[in-house]
Design a protein around this ligand. Sequence first.
Ligand code: NAG
Ligand code: NAG
Ligand code: NAG
Ligand code: NAG
Length: 213
Amino acid sequence: MKFSRLIFTFLLASTGLADRSDRQALTYAALPEGIYTPSVNASITTLLDFIKSRSDLSILANLITECGGFSQAFHTIPTWSFTFFAPSNAAFNNTGAYFSTYAATFKGKWWLGNLFQHHYIPNTQLKSSAFNSSYTRIQTGSFLYVGTQALNGQLILNNVSAVTSADLPVTSGLVHIIDHILDPSAQVFEPDVTKTSQSFIPGSCSNPLLPYC
Ligand SMILES: *[C@@H]1O[C@H](CO)[C@@H](O)[C@H](O)[C@H]1NC(C)=O
Ligand SMILES: *[C@@H]1O[C@H](CO)[C@@H](O)[C@H](O)[C@H]1NC(C)=O
Ligand SMILES: *[C@@H]1O[C@H](CO)[C@@H](O)[C@H](O)[C@H]1NC(C)=O
Ligand SMILES: *[C@@H]1O[C@H](CO)[C@@H](O)[C@H](O)[C@H]1NC(C)=O
């Protein structure tokens, strides 16, 4: 009796181990079957609805499905404001061979998830009119900063990525289409520049008086 229970426990333990080692390091966990997703009614345009509705964002729409949880997160009804800089097909075209070879790997998918977060600004709708020719910076969902400057009426990010179509509304948010991706792993250390006013991002250290900063 005791022995069979021991065997049973051992079997359970070994199947548990097999489950864990089935997953490649740095891959997204598969979503459990039958996971609950709240319904979104027709009066709402989620970020995902917007991305899927435009043919110039088809590469982005496809990549989002490869990073676990992003399709669901971008298809929720937001109770907060946000800004999203959507990289167009031209933006993905403006990457080198390194992008496609790296993005195809397991670690590359994980990096893509960080990259999407770096294009998302929680809690603030940043209109293009909030910027002028002074070089400033804004904080993104990755907690890192992006340089911003309006030149000849066009908003330029990190001195290279131009907003080609600005201030497109979705429910609770604003989308700007950009022509180069913003890579969180390609940060340049520059002298501190003024921040453009935006709402606090919880978890970030944009308020150094917080006890965890
Ligand atoms: C859709 O959602 C909005 C916002 O939550 C609500 O005001 C509206 O009544 C809903 N419409 C339908 C048909 O359920
Ligand atoms: C992608 O780049 C190629 C070569 O530079 C160019 O011919 C093509 O028009 C570009 N496509 C888009 C969608 O920008
Ligand atoms: C841009 O706007 C900021 C804040 O309103 C202001 O301090 C700055 O002088 C402006 N820069 C230019 C070049 O007008
Ligand atoms: C970006 O442009 C600003 C304003 O012209 C300049 O001060 C800054 O050094 C530039 N940064 C890089 C990395 O080129």
